[in-house]
Structures are given as structure tokens and as C-alpha cells.
Design a protein around this ligand. Structure first.
Ligand SMILES: [Zn+2]
Length: 376
């Protein structure tokens, strides 16, 4: 199943409006709809945005009063620079190679296989909602649509490559652009214009001071301090023109306990309250994503740890720095953890792979979780 999924390209189309192969998730969602229908699941498509559907399957449990959400994403990052054919799923030395192998198709396969296994001979303990979502790699489009549709559950396991660790905390992120405007003029007479790049230099100095102050803050026990990094800059049209516009983009990682709205206001104040800034600066927020922190005593954490212990003899709770769909569910009131086969170090790489043994283990742990249900 994993190799079939890798062979169907599903690169996140970002903001593209045409989803010509290898972009877009439709082909892989169509394929998974067939796979789920063959297991006689009730399958439903949910349009996340035009041309892109999440796939939902619901299986009633022995005890239908509680709902367990299993979610993983079907989109992948791009394949620029990939070594070999990213869509030819090679099995070698106990690994499956290919784009999406560990991020996130191994988790899709493990979740589908675990649910199909359990339902082939009975029912899960609690009702299971399996969601195969679009759009995780950029803007969390699928998860956002799910939450907006009023999705409810008593706990969620979000599939990502965690090396079979149970992840209970991760950072969120705010991504913004800052724009300065000037007045274009011939470069032989700069005083006739206003230089938008000089203006941006003052914005950058203010942001660098703000970034320095952030790393001096009280660190989160597992995730360190908040960080801010300016990632891109663009401005000017030619060497002989005084630039009338400059744009930078920045990435601010948000810790559990921080609020994205407050973080955005802080950045704006750090810039606009700077005494050297006597000109307007425009801010555009491109992403305001939540952090996540689920208590170790939470039912979902204890339940998944118990399933890990039953299958593997041990469990490990940990935190990661990257963002996932889980924080969207957590913010909507669904206690969530992240779990799956493979390592994030192999995700987004030019020779992405996943250890087959870990995929079997992840499947066995999820199967156990479905049989055992959420603990009391
Ligand atoms: Zn992923």
C-alpha cells in the first residue's frame, strides 16, 4: 500500500490553481477512496478548498460514546533536486525510498492498514474517525477545513515521522511579510526620491534587536526560547533607480503558552515603536499557526503510550520543533499527540525513505490502540 501511494505524485500545489501532475492530491485521494471502499468503510469526501478534498472514514466502535481521530496527510513537498525517480518506490535494505515515503505516506498506510485489520475481524473499542487530509505542507489547508466543519473527538493521533515516539508538544509559527514603500527616482539624483531599501534597513535593525530579546526570555522546558528569523528580502528594480518598494519575510516560532495574536502585535510594536522609524511599514500575516502542548496525563497520551508498551515493551514521550496538523485539533479542544514511523531527518530530503520495520511497528501500535480504545 505504501509503495502504491508513493507512486501517485501528490505534491502540495501551494497557491497554484492548476493541479497538473505531479501537483495536487486528487489522484491519491481517489486511490485511497477505492482502498477504503474495498474495506467497506463509510467514506466521505470533504472539500477543503476548490479541487482539494479530505477523505473521511468513520467506523462505529463497540462503545460509540467516545471518538478517536486518526489523521495523516497525503500531500508531499516538491521534488527539486531529488536523486533518482521520486515516484518510483524502491524497496532496498529494509527501506522504502520515494517522495512522501516517511512524510507522510507511511503514516497514511499504517492508519488505513490498522483500521482495516481491526474491522476485518471485529470492531474497534471506540468509534474511529480516520481522516486523510490534504494541504499539510503549506498552510494546513485540510486540517483547518476539518476544524471549521465542527469536527469533534475525544482524542487525536496525528501521523508524522516521530520514530515511534509519542509527541505531546511542538512549536507553532507566525510567518509575516513587512513592506516599506519609497519614491522612485533616477539614481543620479537620489534626493529626488525616497529609498525603500534604506527604510527596510532600519526595520531589519529593529527586528534583529527584537530577535535578540526573544532568546533572552524564559525557555520552555522542552522547546527552548522563542525565535525570530528574517528569511528573504526583495526590493528595487535596477541599480540606477532609487527603489520604491522593499519586502522581507520573517518566521517567528511560537511556544506553548504564547498566543499568535500577541506575537504578531509584539513584532509590529518592536518595529513601529522604534524611535528611528518615521515612515509607515505594512505588515502582512501569511501564517499564524498554534503551538501544541498536551499533558502527559491526558487520556490520549496514556492510551497511545499503553499501546506502544504492549507492542514494543516501552514508550517514549517527547517534543519536536516542527509544526503539524495536531495543533489545529488541539486548539479546537481535541487532545492530540503526534506519532509515526520514520524520522523527520529523512522528511523533505533528496533521498527520502522510511524503515519498513518501523511502518510495521507503527501499524501494530495503532491496531493495538484501536482494539484497546481510549483509557478511562
Ligand atoms: Zn508531514
Amino acid at each position: 500500500m505504501l509503495r502504491d501511494l508513493i507512486a501517485i505524485p501528490s505534491i502540495n500545489p501551494r497557491d497554484e490553481l492548476s493541479f497538473a501532475r505531479p501537483f495536487g492530491e486528487t489522484a491519491v485521494i481517489d486511490h485511497l477512496e477505492d482502498v477504503l471502499a474495498r474495506s467497506r468503510f463509510d467514506v466521505e469526501r470533504q472539500t477543503a478548498c476548490p479541487g482539494r478534498d479530505n477523505l473521511l472514514a468513520r467506523v462505529d466502535g463497540v462503545d460509540p460514546s467516545r471518538v478517536l481521530l486518526l489523521e495523516s496527510h497525503v500531500d508531499t513537498v516538491g521534488v527539486e533536486g531529488y536523486r533518482g525517480d521520486p515516484f518510483d518506490p524502491v524497496l532496498r535494505d529494509g527501506r522504502v525510498y520515494g517522495r512522501g515515503s516517511c512524510d507522510d505516506k507511511a503514516q497514511v498506510a499504517a492508519m488505513v492498514a490498522a483500521l482495516a485489520d481491526v474491522t476485518s475481524s471485529g470492531r474497534p473499542q471506540h468509534t474511529v474517525l480516520l481522516v486523510l487530509a490534504v494541504g499539510e505542507e503549506y498552510n494546513f489547508t485540510g486540517a483547518r477545513a476539518l476544524v471549521e466543519s465542527g469536527l469533534g473527538a475525544d482524542g487525536a493521533v496525528v501521523g508524522e515521522p516521530t520514530e515511534l515516539q509519542v509527541i505531546t508538544a511542538h512549536k507553532g509559527a507566525v510567518r509575516m511579510r513587512c513592506i516599506t514603500e519609497g519614491v522612485a527616482a533616477h539614481s543620479s539624483e537620489p534626493s529626488a526620491g525616497v529609498n525603500a531599501i534604506y527604510r527596510m534597513a532600519r526595520v531589519l535593525a529593529a527586528l534583529e534587536r527584537h530577535a535578540g530579546a526573544l532568546v533572552g526570555r524564559q525557555p520552555h522546558a522542552r522547546l527552548g526560547t522563542p525565535t525570530l528569523s528574517v528569511g528573504t528580502i526583495a526590493g528595487g528594480r535596477d541599480t540606477n533607480i532609487v527603489p520604491d518598494r522593499c519586502v522581507i519575510s520573517l518566521d517567528r516560532r511560537v511556544l506553548p503558552g504564547e498566543d499568535s495574536g500577541t506575537v504578531i502585535a509584539e513584532i509590529q510594536r518592536a518595529v513601529l515603536d522604534d524611535p528611528g522609524l518615521d515612515f509607515p511599514v505594512e505588515f502582512v500575516v501569511d501564517l499564524a499557526d498554534h503551538p501544541m502542548e498536551t499533558p502527559e496525563g491526558a487520556t490520549i497520551t496514556r492510551s497511545l503510550c499503553a499501546a506502544c508498551e504492549a507492542v514494543r515493551g516501552h514508550s517514549q514521550v517527547s517534543a519536536v520543533r516542527y509544526g503539524t496538523d495536531a495543533s489545529k485539533f488541539a486548539a479546537a479542544g481535541i487532545p492530540s499527540v503526534v506519532f509515526g514511523a520514520g524520522s523527520i531527518r529523512q522528511a523533505h530530503t533528496v533521498d527520502e525513505y522510511v524503515e519498513v520495520e518501523q511502518v510495521w511497528q507503527a501499524t501494530a501500535v495503532l491496531r493495538r490502540l484501536l482494539e484497546q480504545g481510549l483509557l478511562g
